[in-house]
Design a protein around this ligand. Structure first.
Ligand code: ZN
Ligand code: ZN
Ligand code: ZN
Length: 372
Protein backbone atom coordinates (compact mmCIF):
# COMPACT_ATOMS: atom_id res chain seq x y z
CA UNK A 1 0.00 0.00 0.00
CA UNK A 2 1.37 3.41 -0.93
CA UNK A 3 1.69 5.88 1.92
CA UNK A 4 -0.55 8.94 1.71
CA UNK A 5 2.04 11.53 0.81
CA UNK A 6 0.56 14.60 2.44
CA UNK A 7 -0.65 13.29 5.77
CA UNK A 8 1.45 10.20 6.56
CA UNK A 9 4.82 10.88 5.00
CA UNK A 10 4.74 14.61 5.72
CA UNK A 11 2.48 15.00 8.76
CA UNK A 12 1.29 18.58 9.42
CA UNK A 13 2.30 18.27 13.10
CA UNK A 14 5.95 18.24 12.08
CA UNK A 15 6.11 22.03 11.76
CA UNK A 16 5.24 22.50 15.45
CA UNK A 17 7.72 19.77 16.42
CA UNK A 18 10.50 21.58 14.53
CA UNK A 19 9.64 24.83 16.28
CA UNK A 20 9.93 23.09 19.68
CA UNK A 21 13.26 21.55 18.69
CA UNK A 22 14.53 24.97 17.55
CA UNK A 23 13.70 26.45 20.94
CA UNK A 24 15.23 23.46 22.75
CA UNK A 25 18.45 23.98 20.76
CA UNK A 26 18.61 27.59 22.00
CA UNK A 27 18.22 29.04 18.50
CA UNK A 28 16.10 32.08 17.68
CA UNK A 29 14.97 30.60 14.38
CA UNK A 30 15.62 28.05 11.67
CA UNK A 31 15.98 29.14 8.03
CA UNK A 32 15.24 26.39 5.50
CA UNK A 33 15.73 27.03 1.79
CA UNK A 34 14.68 24.45 -0.87
CA UNK A 35 16.15 21.03 -0.13
CA UNK A 36 15.58 17.96 2.04
CA UNK A 37 14.95 19.86 5.30
CA UNK A 38 12.26 22.07 3.75
CA UNK A 39 10.63 19.04 2.17
CA UNK A 40 10.78 17.09 5.43
CA UNK A 41 9.05 19.86 7.37
CA UNK A 42 6.43 20.93 4.82
CA UNK A 43 6.27 18.34 2.01
CA UNK A 44 7.17 21.18 -0.39
CA UNK A 45 9.62 19.94 -3.05
CA UNK A 46 10.73 23.43 -4.07
CA UNK A 47 13.33 24.13 -6.76
CA UNK A 48 16.64 25.79 -5.82
CA UNK A 49 16.65 29.19 -7.55
CA UNK A 50 18.64 32.38 -7.22
CA UNK A 51 15.42 33.98 -5.96
CA UNK A 52 14.98 33.26 -2.26
CA UNK A 53 12.40 30.77 -1.08
CA UNK A 54 12.81 30.28 2.67
CA UNK A 55 10.84 28.76 5.50
CA UNK A 56 11.53 30.67 8.69
CA UNK A 57 10.68 28.79 11.89
CA UNK A 58 11.07 31.14 14.86
CA UNK A 59 11.44 29.58 18.31
CA UNK A 60 8.72 32.01 19.41
CA UNK A 61 6.00 33.16 17.06
CA UNK A 62 4.52 31.69 13.92
CA UNK A 63 6.50 30.15 11.06
CA UNK A 64 6.27 31.78 7.63
CA UNK A 65 7.35 30.90 4.11
CA UNK A 66 8.97 33.70 2.14
CA UNK A 67 8.43 32.97 -1.53
CA UNK A 68 8.99 34.88 -4.80
CA UNK A 69 5.66 36.17 -6.14
CA UNK A 70 5.97 34.00 -9.25
CA UNK A 71 6.47 30.84 -7.11
CA UNK A 72 3.47 31.52 -4.85
CA UNK A 73 0.99 29.40 -6.84
CA UNK A 74 3.39 26.43 -6.83
CA UNK A 75 3.98 26.79 -3.10
CA UNK A 76 0.24 26.94 -2.39
CA UNK A 77 -0.40 23.90 -4.59
CA UNK A 78 2.25 21.91 -2.68
CA UNK A 79 1.52 20.10 0.62
CA UNK A 80 2.76 23.29 2.33
CA UNK A 81 -0.44 24.95 1.10
CA UNK A 82 -2.56 22.86 3.45
CA UNK A 83 -0.44 23.64 6.52
CA UNK A 84 -1.18 26.36 9.02
CA UNK A 85 1.61 28.42 7.48
CA UNK A 86 1.62 32.05 6.37
CA UNK A 87 3.07 32.58 2.89
CA UNK A 88 4.82 35.89 2.35
CA UNK A 89 5.33 36.67 -1.33
CA UNK A 90 8.02 39.14 -2.34
CA UNK A 91 8.22 41.29 -5.49
CA UNK A 92 11.16 41.38 -7.90
CA UNK A 93 12.40 44.69 -6.44
CA UNK A 94 12.07 43.69 -2.77
CA UNK A 95 14.97 42.53 -0.59
CA UNK A 96 13.72 39.19 0.79
CA UNK A 97 16.67 38.88 3.20
CA UNK A 98 15.80 42.18 4.85
CA UNK A 99 12.18 41.04 4.96
CA UNK A 100 13.10 37.87 6.87
CA UNK A 101 15.43 39.79 9.21
CA UNK A 102 12.75 42.38 9.98
CA UNK A 103 10.17 39.74 10.84
CA UNK A 104 12.54 37.73 13.04
CA UNK A 105 13.76 40.78 14.99
CA UNK A 106 17.00 40.76 16.99
CA UNK A 107 17.61 37.04 17.44
CA UNK A 108 21.18 36.10 18.36
CA UNK A 109 21.50 32.62 16.85
CA UNK A 110 20.00 31.12 13.72
CA UNK A 111 20.15 27.67 12.15
CA UNK A 112 20.68 27.71 8.39
CA UNK A 113 19.88 24.67 6.24
CA UNK A 114 22.99 22.57 5.56
CA UNK A 115 22.10 22.62 1.86
CA UNK A 116 21.49 26.37 1.69
CA UNK A 117 23.57 28.00 -1.06
CA UNK A 118 26.55 29.85 0.40
CA UNK A 119 25.47 33.08 -1.31
CA UNK A 120 22.18 32.98 0.59
CA UNK A 121 23.83 32.21 3.93
CA UNK A 122 26.16 35.16 3.34
CA UNK A 123 23.29 37.49 2.51
CA UNK A 124 21.47 36.39 5.66
CA UNK A 125 24.63 37.15 7.62
CA UNK A 126 24.67 40.67 6.21
CA UNK A 127 20.96 41.13 6.93
CA UNK A 128 21.27 39.76 10.51
CA UNK A 129 24.83 40.58 11.58
CA UNK A 130 24.01 39.97 15.25
CA UNK A 131 22.82 36.39 14.64
CA UNK A 132 25.42 33.64 14.93
CA UNK A 133 24.82 31.07 12.20
CA UNK A 134 24.90 27.34 12.99
CA UNK A 135 24.05 24.35 10.77
CA UNK A 136 20.33 23.56 10.90
CA UNK A 137 21.29 19.87 11.09
CA UNK A 138 21.85 20.44 14.82
CA UNK A 139 18.06 20.54 15.01
CA UNK A 140 17.00 18.60 11.92
CA UNK A 141 19.28 15.56 12.13
CA UNK A 142 17.78 14.32 15.41
CA UNK A 143 14.33 14.46 13.83
CA UNK A 144 15.17 13.07 10.40
CA UNK A 145 17.41 10.25 11.67
CA UNK A 146 14.48 8.21 13.04
CA UNK A 147 12.14 7.27 10.24
CA UNK A 148 8.39 7.01 10.86
CA UNK A 149 6.53 3.87 9.71
CA UNK A 150 5.41 5.83 6.61
CA UNK A 151 9.00 6.77 5.84
CA UNK A 152 10.12 3.16 6.25
CA UNK A 153 7.32 2.15 3.87
CA UNK A 154 8.63 4.73 1.37
CA UNK A 155 12.16 3.29 1.70
CA UNK A 156 10.77 -0.22 1.23
CA UNK A 157 9.03 0.94 -1.94
CA UNK A 158 12.30 2.52 -3.17
CA UNK A 159 14.18 -0.70 -2.32
CA UNK A 160 11.71 -2.81 -4.28
CA UNK A 161 12.02 -0.48 -7.28
CA UNK A 162 15.83 -0.67 -7.38
CA UNK A 163 15.63 -4.46 -6.87
CA UNK A 164 13.56 -4.63 -10.07
CA UNK A 165 16.29 -2.70 -11.89
CA UNK A 166 19.05 -5.04 -10.64
CA UNK A 167 17.01 -8.01 -11.86
CA UNK A 168 17.24 -6.53 -15.38
CA UNK A 169 21.01 -6.02 -15.26
CA UNK A 170 21.99 -9.56 -16.42
CA UNK A 171 20.13 -8.93 -19.69
CA UNK A 172 21.92 -5.58 -20.22
CA UNK A 173 25.45 -6.60 -19.27
CA UNK A 174 27.18 -8.20 -22.28
CA UNK A 175 30.82 -8.58 -23.25
CA UNK A 176 31.59 -6.05 -25.99
CA UNK A 177 29.30 -3.32 -24.61
CA UNK A 178 30.79 -0.26 -22.89
CA UNK A 179 30.06 0.74 -19.31
CA UNK A 180 28.34 3.83 -20.67
CA UNK A 181 26.01 1.85 -22.95
CA UNK A 182 25.00 -0.43 -20.09
CA UNK A 183 24.67 2.56 -17.76
CA UNK A 184 22.35 4.36 -20.16
CA UNK A 185 20.00 1.35 -20.22
CA UNK A 186 20.13 1.06 -16.44
CA UNK A 187 19.26 4.76 -16.06
CA UNK A 188 16.21 4.23 -18.27
CA UNK A 189 15.16 1.24 -16.17
CA UNK A 190 15.55 3.23 -12.93
CA UNK A 191 12.90 5.67 -14.16
CA UNK A 192 10.76 2.97 -15.79
CA UNK A 193 10.59 1.10 -12.47
CA UNK A 194 9.06 4.06 -10.66
CA UNK A 195 11.78 6.51 -9.64
CA UNK A 196 11.18 10.19 -10.31
CA UNK A 197 14.89 10.77 -10.87
CA UNK A 198 18.16 8.90 -11.45
CA UNK A 199 20.70 9.91 -8.79
CA UNK A 200 23.72 7.86 -9.88
CA UNK A 201 24.71 4.91 -12.03
CA UNK A 202 28.01 3.15 -11.34
CA UNK A 203 29.09 0.41 -13.73
CA UNK A 204 32.69 -0.43 -12.81
CA UNK A 205 34.28 -3.17 -14.90
CA UNK A 206 37.68 -4.78 -14.34
CA UNK A 207 40.07 -2.29 -12.70
CA UNK A 208 37.28 0.33 -12.60
CA UNK A 209 35.50 -1.95 -10.11
CA UNK A 210 38.35 -1.17 -7.70
CA UNK A 211 37.47 2.56 -7.65
CA UNK A 212 34.41 2.85 -5.37
CA UNK A 213 32.97 6.03 -6.93
CA UNK A 214 33.90 5.37 -10.56
CA UNK A 215 30.71 6.10 -12.50
CA UNK A 216 30.73 5.27 -16.22
CA UNK A 217 33.36 5.23 -18.93
CA UNK A 218 33.75 4.15 -22.53
CA UNK A 219 35.66 1.06 -21.42
CA UNK A 220 34.50 -2.08 -23.22
CA UNK A 221 33.48 -4.86 -20.82
CA UNK A 222 35.34 -8.12 -21.53
CA UNK A 223 34.68 -11.81 -20.76
CA UNK A 224 35.87 -12.98 -17.34
CA UNK A 225 35.60 -9.49 -15.82
CA UNK A 226 33.86 -8.73 -12.53
CA UNK A 227 31.54 -5.70 -12.70
CA UNK A 228 30.29 -3.61 -9.76
CA UNK A 229 26.84 -2.11 -10.36
CA UNK A 230 25.86 0.50 -7.74
CA UNK A 231 22.69 2.41 -8.59
CA UNK A 232 20.10 4.65 -7.01
CA UNK A 233 17.38 7.18 -7.58
CA UNK A 234 14.74 9.28 -5.84
CA UNK A 235 11.13 8.12 -5.74
CA UNK A 236 8.14 10.48 -6.21
CA UNK A 237 7.76 10.23 -2.40
CA UNK A 238 11.13 11.99 -2.05
CA UNK A 239 12.84 8.91 -0.58
CA UNK A 240 15.98 7.40 -2.12
CA UNK A 241 17.22 3.99 -3.21
CA UNK A 242 20.84 2.75 -3.26
CA UNK A 243 21.89 -0.85 -3.96
CA UNK A 244 25.10 -2.54 -5.13
CA UNK A 245 25.41 -6.00 -6.65
CA UNK A 246 28.30 -7.74 -8.40
CA UNK A 247 28.23 -9.42 -11.78
CA UNK A 248 30.74 -11.32 -13.86
CA UNK A 249 30.75 -12.03 -17.56
CA UNK A 250 31.46 -15.78 -17.48
CA UNK A 251 34.02 -17.30 -15.11
CA UNK A 252 35.61 -14.89 -12.61
CA UNK A 253 39.32 -14.98 -11.63
CA UNK A 254 40.10 -17.34 -8.73
CA UNK A 255 41.55 -14.59 -6.50
CA UNK A 256 38.32 -12.63 -6.97
CA UNK A 257 36.17 -15.56 -5.84
CA UNK A 258 38.40 -15.94 -2.76
CA UNK A 259 37.71 -12.43 -1.47
CA UNK A 260 34.12 -12.28 -2.69
CA UNK A 261 33.25 -15.05 -0.23
CA UNK A 262 34.87 -13.02 2.58
CA UNK A 263 32.99 -9.88 1.53
CA UNK A 264 29.66 -11.64 1.56
CA UNK A 265 30.28 -12.95 5.09
CA UNK A 266 31.33 -9.45 6.20
CA UNK A 267 28.20 -7.81 4.80
CA UNK A 268 26.00 -10.44 6.43
CA UNK A 269 27.76 -10.03 9.79
CA UNK A 270 27.40 -6.24 9.70
CA UNK A 271 23.66 -6.51 8.93
CA UNK A 272 23.22 -9.00 11.78
CA UNK A 273 24.95 -6.60 14.18
CA UNK A 274 22.15 -4.07 13.62
CA UNK A 275 19.73 -3.77 16.55
CA UNK A 276 18.75 -1.01 18.99
CA UNK A 277 21.64 -0.09 21.28
CA UNK A 278 24.41 -1.25 18.93
CA UNK A 279 26.62 1.63 17.84
CA UNK A 280 27.41 2.43 14.21
CA UNK A 281 31.09 1.83 14.93
CA UNK A 282 30.26 -1.69 16.12
CA UNK A 283 28.42 -2.35 12.86
CA UNK A 284 31.45 -1.06 10.95
CA UNK A 285 33.77 -3.22 13.05
CA UNK A 286 31.64 -6.34 12.44
CA UNK A 287 32.37 -6.08 8.71
CA UNK A 288 35.94 -4.81 9.04
CA UNK A 289 37.04 -7.56 11.44
CA UNK A 290 36.10 -10.34 9.00
CA UNK A 291 37.78 -8.59 6.07
CA UNK A 292 40.93 -7.82 8.07
CA UNK A 293 41.15 -11.36 9.52
CA UNK A 294 41.10 -12.72 5.96
CA UNK A 295 44.01 -10.42 5.09
CA UNK A 296 42.13 -7.85 2.97
CA UNK A 297 41.93 -5.07 5.57
CA UNK A 298 44.04 -2.59 3.58
CA UNK A 299 41.67 -3.00 0.60
CA UNK A 300 38.53 -1.91 2.52
CA UNK A 301 39.08 1.81 2.06
CA UNK A 302 35.78 3.40 3.13
CA UNK A 303 33.27 3.42 5.98
CA UNK A 304 30.68 0.63 6.05
CA UNK A 305 27.67 2.81 5.33
CA UNK A 306 25.65 6.01 5.38
CA UNK A 307 22.16 6.97 6.46
CA UNK A 308 19.51 7.35 3.76
CA UNK A 309 16.10 8.98 3.51
CA UNK A 310 15.30 12.20 1.69
CA UNK A 311 19.03 12.28 0.86
CA UNK A 312 21.19 9.40 -0.34
CA UNK A 313 23.85 10.29 2.22
CA UNK A 314 22.70 11.57 5.62
CA UNK A 315 23.01 10.63 9.30
CA UNK A 316 23.80 8.14 10.72
CA UNK A 317 27.20 7.35 9.22
CA UNK A 318 28.36 3.78 9.89
CA UNK A 319 31.95 4.54 10.73
CA UNK A 320 34.53 4.14 13.52
CA UNK A 321 34.04 6.96 16.03
CA UNK A 322 30.25 7.14 15.69
CA UNK A 323 29.08 5.92 19.09
CA UNK A 324 25.47 7.22 18.99
CA UNK A 325 23.47 4.02 19.65
CA UNK A 326 21.15 2.83 16.91
CA UNK A 327 17.42 3.29 17.48
CA UNK A 328 14.39 1.77 15.80
CA UNK A 329 13.64 3.63 12.56
CA UNK A 330 17.22 4.49 11.69
CA UNK A 331 17.91 3.64 8.04
CA UNK A 332 21.32 3.25 6.44
CA UNK A 333 23.41 1.32 3.95
CA UNK A 334 25.60 -1.64 4.85
CA UNK A 335 28.16 -1.71 2.05
CA UNK A 336 31.59 -3.12 2.79
CA UNK A 337 33.95 -3.40 -0.18
CA UNK A 338 37.26 -5.03 -1.10
CA UNK A 339 39.31 -3.31 -3.80
CA UNK A 340 42.65 -5.04 -4.51
CA UNK A 341 43.19 -3.13 -7.79
CA UNK A 342 42.82 -5.43 -10.80
CA UNK A 343 39.17 -5.70 -9.78
CA UNK A 344 37.00 -5.07 -6.75
CA UNK A 345 33.64 -5.78 -5.17
CA UNK A 346 31.11 -4.14 -2.89
CA UNK A 347 27.81 -5.53 -1.58
CA UNK A 348 25.24 -2.97 -0.48
CA UNK A 349 21.79 -3.19 1.08
CA UNK A 350 19.73 -0.53 2.79
CA UNK A 351 18.70 -1.74 6.24
CA UNK A 352 16.36 -0.29 8.85
CA UNK A 353 16.90 -0.83 12.57
CA UNK A 354 13.71 -2.39 14.00
CA UNK A 355 12.51 -2.94 17.58
CA UNK A 356 14.56 -6.13 17.90
CA UNK A 357 16.90 -6.32 14.93
CA UNK A 358 16.95 -5.16 11.34
CA UNK A 359 14.98 -5.26 8.11
CA UNK A 360 16.57 -5.20 4.68
CA UNK A 361 15.03 -2.99 2.01
CA UNK A 362 16.83 -4.93 -0.77
CA UNK A 363 16.36 -8.59 -1.61
CA UNK A 364 18.26 -9.41 -4.81
CA UNK A 365 20.67 -12.36 -4.29
CA UNK A 366 23.91 -11.10 -2.77
CA UNK A 367 26.03 -13.84 -4.32
CA UNK A 368 28.11 -13.17 -7.41
CA UNK A 369 25.73 -13.05 -10.39
CA UNK A 370 27.22 -14.82 -13.40
CA UNK A 371 26.11 -13.40 -16.74
CA UNK A 372 26.75 -15.20 -20.01
ZN1 ZN B 1 29.19 5.78 -2.06
ZN1 ZN C 1 25.55 2.66 -3.45
ZN1 ZN D 1 25.53 3.74 -0.58
Amino acid sequence: MKPDVTTELYPPARLARVREATAEAGLGALLLTPGPDLRYVTGYDAIQLERLTCLAVPAEGDPFLVVPRLELAAAQASPAGSLDLEMVPWEETDDPYALVARRLGGIDAVGVADRMWAVMALRFRDAMPQARQVPASRVMSRLRIRKSPAEVAALREAGAAIDRVHRQVPALLKAGRTEREVGRDIAEAIVAEGHARVDFVIVGSGPNAASPHHELSDRVIRPGEPVVVDIGGTMPSGYCSDETRNYCIGEPPADYLAYYEVLQRAQEAACRAVRPGTTPEEVDAAARRIIADAGYGEHFIHRTGHGIGLETHEDPYIVAGNTEPLEPGMAFSVEPGIYPGAHGARIEDIVVCTEDGFERMNHVDRGLIIVD
